[in-house]
Design a protein around this ligand. Structure first.
Ligand SMILES: [Zn+2]
Length: 429
């Protein structure tokens, strides 16, 4: 769901096998896509390497294109997500912040829509059941759809029913053979990873009736553009959504967006939560609010290439600025490291193109990553304790979204270390 870490070797092989070029917009099918951002060639952001894998590493273009017809930004290439998800080993429940986020969401939904024991609820891309488990006391009909092996953890829990597949129109027919139409469908941080969006929404239409509410959470692209959060761009994220293009997509299948709210998803940054129903639904629609945000997005320039070229310009400026800070410190004989081994950090590091002798280590507390090397830069990942022993003066904080936490709690900071915080504004603290 939110942070996904794939098994390294498998992913590299997958990418070698297949990586298609994007020929037409995945929402409106137009072929007129305009390239506006070129971050160069990057390896897969979650492919943390063993020493033996380093020489075999392969890089692929990390570029964004705009569809001027519907306003969707999308990667210029399509990694083979089907293979990736069949061997996906991150368990969502291991993040307590995420767990808490879903607990609150389920409480809100069940109250707002008065969910009772007979109602059916569905989570698409349910991972290890991090969201669904919070429904257990509320209803007897819980269904999760998930293509990866994360599902093994919940397979034997009687209360949660599972379809171990990708969701699409075909899977929607299987769903209808087994279960009642859902009152609630949640889809959180899944949409960016779907290639055939039309087939996905066709599947949703097939299982929805006029009592169904679909709740979708996704990173909001306008904030990414406004704040130059270019590290959110990596190969797992095929699309970067605004509300207007989602509205266009769902209207094609007779759905309406009835409400939205801005939320913060921690690791994935600023996001938006939308509520969708069928067009003939009895559920109240906040027409004015939706109309207003769609107008604001048009005014912002979601279909104007100049807005995106400006973003591209700001990205380049930001990269140069961070690089300069690092080189200036290095030239003053300061030792420099990285803090955490996050996927988005790899986009930033690979854009910076810093010489190997400058940054040798990054620290991390996830045991699966310690001892491995960062994709592209091959910076060694060491434990927090080992990192402290290296006596590093300045650390580039890759998980900048947790800056406050690290500033207040890390032993590194307490021992006098300083952070270079790259986003939202560059600062040294
Ligand atoms: Zn389009």
């Amino acid at each position: 769901m939110i942070v996904v870490i794939y098994k390294t070797l498998y992913v590299i092989n997958t990418i070698q096998m297949k990586l298609k070029e994007l020929k037409s917009c995945r929402i409106c099918f137009t072929k007129k896509l305009v390239k506006y951002l070129n971050l160069g060639n990057h390896p897969y952001s979650n492919s943390f390497l063993s020493k033996g894998q380093i020489p075999k590493e392969i890089k692929y273009p990390l570029e964004l294109k705009l569809c001027k017809k519907c306003g969707l930004s999308q990667l210029s290439v399509i990694p083979n997500t089907k293979k990736i998800f069949s061997d996906y080993d991150y368990l969502s429940s291991s993040s307590s912040a995420l767990d808490n986020h879903y607990l609150k969401l389920v409480k809100k939904i069940t109250k707002k829509y008065n969910i009772n024991k007979n109602d059916t609820v569905l989570d698409v891309g349910c991972n290890d059941g991090v969201l669904l488990k919070h429904y257990i006391k509320k209803t007897n009909n819980i269904v999760g759809i998930e293509p990866s092996n994360a599902i093994e953890k919940i397979k034997n829990k009687n209360k949660i029913n599972i379809i171990n597949k990708f969701f699409n129109f075909k899977t929607s027919k299987e769903y209808l053979r087994k279960y009642k139409r859902p009152r609630i469908i949640t889809i959180t941080n899944v949409l960016a990873q779907i290639d055939d969006l039309n087939n996905f929404v066709k599947g949703l239409r097939n299982i929805s009736d006029n009592k169904t509410v679909i709740i979708i959470e996704f990173p909001y692209s306008l904030l990414m553009f406004d704040y130059t959060f270019f590290d959110l761009i990596y190969h797992e994220h095929l699309s970067y959504f605004n509300l207007s293009c989602i509205n266009y997509l769902f209207e094609k299948f007779n759905f309406s967006i009835i409400d939205y709210e801005k939320i913060d998803l921690g690791a994935s940054g600023p996001a938006i939560r939308i509520y969708i129903t069928t067009k003939n639904s009895e559920i109240k629609r906040n027409k004015k609010k939706i109309k207003s945000i769609l107008q604001k997005e048009l005014k912002w320039g979601i279909k104007k290439i100049i807005r995106y070229k400006l973003f591209s310009f700001k990205v380049e400026k930001k990269i140069n600025h961070i690089r300069k800070i690092i080189y200036d410190l290095f030239n003053k004989n300061k030792s420099i490291g990285c803090f955490t081994a996050s996927a988005k950090g790899n986009t930033l590091l690979n854009c910076l193109k810093i010489e190997k002798k400058i940054i040798k280590y990054t620290c991390e507390n996830n045991k699966r990553k310690i001892g491995k090397y960062m994709p592209g830069t091959h910076i060694k990942i060491i434990s927090d304790n080992e990192y402290l022993k290296k006596k590093i003066d300045y650390s580039l904080l890759l998980s900048w979204n947790y800056a406050n936490f690290f500033l207040n709690n890390s032993s590194y900071k307490k021992r006098g270390g300083k952070f270079i915080i790259p986003f939202p504004k560059i600062s040294i603290k």
